[in-house]
Design a binder for this molecule. Structure first.
Ligand SMILES: [Zn+2]
Length: 384
C-alpha cells in the first residue's frame, strides 16, 4: 500500500509567493489577514463580556467609549437602532477592541481578537469575531480532530482548514462575514486550543493548497467509508476541485459503518414540516447513484401522489446529519419502516480525517496525506 501511495504522490513544489503574485481573487490584506467569524445572528439582544480594559469604535473608526476595566456589554436592536446598554448609538456597527488578547467572552466561550457588533439585514444583532487567521486555526484544528492524533495528521488538518478559511476570506471580501461558526468549521474560541494542535498550526504557518493555480475550498469530513465524493454530487457548487480517491484507510473509524431505522410516518412528518408535500409516504429508495457508485446523490420518496426526488444532502438535513450519517447507504424496507445501512460520516468530499490518521501511522507525512486526498494540488506558502 505504501508503494501505491508513493506512486500516487508526486508532491513537489513548495513555493513562497507574495500576495501580489496571487492568481485567483485578491487577498483581504486590508483587513490585516483577519478572518471574520459569525458567532451569532438570530437575536435582537446579545451580552458580550470584556475581561480587560477596552475601547469601542464606530464603523468610521471614531472612538465612542474607552473603559479602564472590563465589563459586560448589552447590545440591543430597537426600531432599527443599535443600543449599548440604555444609550442609543449613532451607528449600526461598532468594533469592541479589548486591550488584552483573549479577553472577549460570549456564551461561556473566550475569544481572541476583536468583536464587531452590528445590525444585520434581518434586523437582528450580528456578533462577528475578527482575529488573525493563524489564531483562529489554533481553535479550529483542535475542534476538528483530536489533539492526541499523530502530528502529521494535525498538520494536514491545519493546512486543509487554513485553505478552506482563506478561500472564504478571498471569496467573501465584499461581504461582512467570511465564515459561520460552528457550521462551516468547528470554532469554539480559546477553550479548544491545545499544545499539539498549536504546534501543527505553527509548523505549517501560511501554507495553503491550490488546485491548478486556483484557490479552492479544501473540504474535509470525518470518515469517507471507502472513497471520497465530488462536491457537485453533494451541493449545487460549480468550481474546479480535485478528483475523488478510493480510501481503505478509515476502516478503523468508529463511524465506518452505521445503521438507522426510520419509521415512514416520522419521515413523512419531518418532510412536511420542512415544507415538502409527501403525504402518504410508502417507501424510500436510492434514485440516483454517483458515477463512481460510492454515494446516493438523489433519494426517491414514493408517496400516494407519486414519486418525488430530493438531493440526498437535503434528505440528510431534514432527518438530521447525525441520524443519516452519510450519503453512502443502502435501503431495506421493513414493514412501515426503512432500515438504512451506511458507511462513513460526513459529506465525503476532500480529506477523510480518520483516513489521514491511519496514513500518518504509516509514517506518511502531511504533504503526502494532503496530496492523496487533494490530488493535483500544490502547497504554497503565503505571508500571514
Ligand atoms: Zn476514508
Amino acid at each position: 500500500m505504501k508503494k501505491l501511495i508513493q506512486l500516487l504522490l508526486l508532491w513537489s513544489l513548495f513555493i513562497s509567493v507574495p500576495y501580489s503574485a496571487w492568481g485567483a481573487g485578491s487577498p483581504p490584506s486590508e483587513r490585516g489577514e483577519q478572518i471574520r467569524v459569525l458567532l451569532s445572528s438570530h437575536s435582537k439582544q446579545i451580552e458580550l463580556s470584556v475581561e480587560s480594559p477596552y475601547s469601542v469604535y464606530s464603523e468610521s473608526r471614531h472612538l465612542l467609549a474607552k473603559k479602564a476595566r472590563g465589563q459586560t456589554l448589552l447590545f440591543t436592536q430597537k426600531k432599527g437602532d443599535l443600543y449599548l446598554g440604555k444609550k442609543k448609538l449613532a451607528t449600526s456597527s461598532v468594533l469592541v477592541v479589548p486591550k488584552q488578547d483573549g479577553s472577549l467572552k460570549f456564551k461561556g466561550n473566550r475569544y481572541r481578537g476583536v468583536a464587531r457588533v452590528e445590525i444585520n439585514s434581518k434586523n437582528k444583532i450580528a456578533l462577528i469575531n475578527q482575529l488573525k487567521l493563524e489564531k483562529y486555526l489554533k481553535s479550529v484544528v483542535a475542534g476538528e480532530v483530536a489533539p492526541l492524533w499523530p502530528q502529521e495528521t494535525l498538520k494536514a488538518q491545519a493546512v486543509a482548514a487554513r485553505t478552506y478559511a482563506y478561500y472564504h476570506m478571498v471569496k467573501g471580501k465584499d461581504k461582512s462575514v467570511d465564515i459561520t461558526s460552528p457550521l462551516a468549521q468547528n470554532y469554539q474560541g480559546i477553550k479548544k486550543e491545545h499544545r499539539a494542535t498549536n504546534q501543527a498550526v505553527r509548523a505549517t504557518s501560511g501554507q495553503i493548497l491550490y488546485y491548478r493555480g486556483y484557490l479552492f475550498p479544501a473540504f474535509f469530513h470525518s470518515t469517507c467509508g471507502g472513497g471520497t465524493e465530488f462536491p457537485q454530487n453533494v451541493w449545487s457548487l460549480d468550481f474546479k476541485i480535485p478528483e475523488v480517491v478510493p480510501c481503505d484507510y478509515c476502516k478503523d473509524s468508529p463511524h465506518f459503518q452505521w445503521s438507522k431505522k426510520f419509521d415512514l410516518k416520522e419521515v413523512e412528518q419531518k418532510f412536511i414540516q420542512a415544507g415538502h408535500s409527501v403525504h402518504g409516504l410508502l417507501n424510500i429508495y436510492p434514485a440516483r447513484i454517483s458515477k463512481n457508485r460510492s454515494h446516493v446523490t438523489e433519494i426517491g420518496l414514493l408517496t400516494s401522489d407519486g414519486e418525488k426526488t430530493f438531493r440526498t444532502n437535503e434528505f440528510r438535513r431534514i432527518l438530521g446529519f447525525n441520524e443519516v450519517k452519510s450519503a453512502k447507504f443502502k435501503v431495506a424496507k421493513r414493514g412501515d419502516s426503512v432500515l438504512l445501512n451506511g458507511w462513513g460520516w460526513g459529506h465525503g468530499v476532500g480529506m477523510c480525517q480518520y483516513g489521514a490518521k491511519s496514513l500518518a501511522k504509516e509514517e506518511t507525512n502531511y504533504r503526502k496525506i494532503l496530496s492523496y486526498y487533494y490530488p493535483g494540488c500544490r502547497l504554497k506558502r503565503v505571508q500571514m
